[in-house]
Design a protein around this ligand. Structure first.
Ligand SMILES: *Cc1c(COP(=O)(O)O)cnc(C)c1O
Length: 375
């Protein structure tokens, strides 16, 4: 058997909608399908404003511009995340202050953030790892107390909730991804959500190359021009057409993914009970959107052996982030604080194949292989 780590799932309507977008002869940004996607998100999740972007990386870069991140600022970010989270702020000249994870959950430890806040701190950027919420009440309370902004890296957390509130609707701004490895995809793709009115108008301008073209197209002004810095962050309507086909099937996609997650959990919980592995801990305040299934080995050596063993069996299981505070780019810039929980997840975490079309038989095969390994 050969089982890859990821396989993009197509709902069947993607090509039809792309053809419809092409036929409409409006294939640049903010066409019909883009509008449909924006409406879908705003209605279903209550985001004050949704703006499609070409990636989550772009949405994070937009957020960094919107909060006026610049040299002299400090941005608090977990060290266990993808490079795009800090890079967006590094591009603006800001200083990154990396925070550690909880010992039993890769998310930023909300109880350790306050000690990192200084008069220079401008924002906190929580990353909802595996689609499982960070403790947003604590983070938003710190933001209120110290007058900080919160940008959620919501790349992995479509359709996931914190105490009933949709992720991406809690921070001042949030960035989602529709990369082909996420639950809902468009190949490359992303979205900025804006929950604070202060940023609404400027977000449209930054996304449209620093012009007020969006207002012009709505007939609010009679000519448009260069009014701010900006870039080209909006996707072609062809991409939005693909995405809309996915959104129409979000319930179906999520139901299947949750079933796959539960199958793994049921198949591996005995190994957890016997202390051989650890599995994801979902806090009471969080939902599980079945973005990924991971397990934690005892240490790096055991994880390397497990990944190699699964590879021999034809199963492509993969590790995840390397600690960003000790990365080649950042290690000389880090202040030297040890971040032991980040390092522990970097060493011990293994992600199992996870995609809509993964069959029950394939899952049984993977679970058997893991049980055999630990026998
Ligand atoms: C996938 C991901 C990103 C980047 O998303 P792109 O759409 O590929 O730019 C950023 N942050 C996290 C946590 C991610 O998982």
């Amino acid at each position: 058997m050969r089982i890859g780590f990821n396989k993009p799932y197509l709902t069947g309507k993607e090509i039809d909608y792309i053809l419809a977008a092409v036929d409409s002869a409006k294939i640049s940004g903010d066409g019909n399908f883009t509008k449909k996607c924006h409406e879908f998100f705003e209605k279903k999740y209550g985001f004050k404003k949704a703006l499609l972007t070409t990636s989550c990386t772009d949405a994070l870069e937009m957020a960094a511009i919107l909060i006026d991140s610049q040299a002299g600022d400090e941005i608090i970010i977990p060290a266990y995340t993808f490079v795009s989270t800090p890079n967006a702020f590094v591009l603006r000249g800001a200083k990154i202050v990396f925070a550690d994870s909880y010992s039993d959950n890769p998310n930023i430890d909300a109880d350790k953030i306050e000690a990192l806040i200084t008069p220079k701190t401008k924002a906190i950027v929580p990353v909802h790892y595996a689609g499982v919420a960070c403790d947003m009440d604590k983070i938003m309370a710190l933001a209120a107390k110290y007058n900080l902004l919160v940008v959620e890296d919501a790349a992995q957390c479509i359709d996931s909730f914190y105490k009933g509130k949709p992720l991406g609707a809690i921070g001042h701004l949030a960035a989602f991804s529709f990369h082909e490895t996420k639950n809902i995809i468009s190949g490359e793709g992303g979205m900025l959500t804006i929950n604070d009115e202060r940023f609404l108008q400027r977000a449209e301008i930054i996304r449209e190359k620093g012009t007020n073209r969006s207002q012009f197209f709505r007939g609010e002004i009679d000519k448009y021009g260069w009014v701010d810095i900006g870039s080209s962050f909006l996707p072609s309507d062809i991409l939005a057409a693909f995405l809309y086909a996915q959104l129409e099937n979000i319930e179906n996609i999520q139901t299947r993914r949750k079933k796959i997650w539960q199958n793994y959990f049921d198949g591996l919980k005995e190994l957890e009970k016997s202390g051989r592995i650890s599995l994801a801990k979902i806090p009471d305040y969080a939902t599980n959107n079945a973005h990924m299934f991971y397990l934690l080995c005892k240490d790096l050596a055991e994880r390397t052996k497990l990944i190699d063993y699964l590879k021999e069996k034809g199963v492509n299981a993969v590790f995840h982030y390397l600690s960003l505070h000790s990365s080649p780019f950042f290690k000389d810039k880090h202040d030297g604080r040890a971040l032991p929980n980040t390092d522990s997840f970097a060493d011990r975490l293994v992600r199992l194949p996870f995609f809509y079309e993964l069959t029950d038989a394939e899952q049984d095969y993977i679970i058997d292989a893991i049980r055999n390994f630990f026998k």
